[in-house]
Design a protein around this ligand. Sequence first.
Ligand code: NAP
Length: 256
Amino acid sequence: MLKRVVVTGASSGIGAATVRRFAELGWQTVAVARREDRLRALAEETGAHVIVCDVTDEEQVSRLAAEVAASGGATALVNNAGGALGADSVEHSSNDDWRAMFEVNVIGLRSVTAALLPVLREGARKTGWASILNLTSTAGLDAYPGGGGYNAAKFAAHAVTSALRLELAGEPIRVMELAPGLVHTEEFTLNRLRGDAEAAAKPYLDVTPLTADDVARVLVGAFQQPPYVNQDLIVLRPVAQSSVFHTHRGPLAPKV
Ligand SMILES: NC(=O)c1ccc[n+]([C@@H]2O[C@H](COP(=O)([O-])OP(=O)(O)OC[C@H]3O[C@@H](n4cnc5c(N)ncnc54)[C@H](OP(=O)(O)O)[C@@H]3O)[C@@H](O)[C@H]2O)c1
């Protein structure tokens, strides 16, 4: 059975780890992002087919879909490209940051999904099934101070995922969502805080966060279930983080 997955945002963090994990399990992978050098390095390691694409650019997304179709099709899509910009209050944040977050986390996800749906349907015709998984966040389930723009974008991505699942009812295409909490990836918080390395290190101090590999393992696990099993929403947090508001710092120990 053809197993070919398109992973957006594959040049770093969770996306790169996801491509590695799928490749280890014998899947063909298509790695998508804007930075070609990083994708090429990942391809050397995993055999991924590289497609350079900005998911916020509709023409590039159309070309992405055409290249996926021409190079072997797809039976799975992981919409992972995304991120946060700024940690300012609703009152003091910038509309440009909000627009940029909405563009990549919501519109980009929609464009890529819409462009690839015909390709996934073709995959489902050949193999019986296809799958879509959207990477949202616990920030898309609970708002927090300073999270407004990112919360709004990830709440929207969560809503889009639910609407899509309803719209595809009757087709052999599962629509899944993975919402991680605190994950320590190299670039996510650094980008959010515009390169301030000291501030970006703080959320991960005295706590064991998830790694990109932890997320990838669980994510790929959802694709290893029988194809009629749809894990609608997987919420994944480190044990030390019992909610967005409760992160235990310091060692964990049984209560006396
Ligand atoms: N880290 C966390 O704590 C955390 C928690 C929950 C959810 N998430 C979500 O998980 C996903 C991955 O996060 P991460 O921590 O792995 O972040 P990351 O390391 O910053 O990776 C983000 C990826 O998205 C790509 N990307 C960004 N804008 C793009 C665009 N316009 N077109 C195509 N690709 C684009 C980036 O590649 P290029 O720059 O090369 O394009 C990069 O590969 C994101 O959706 C994030 O919101 C992260």
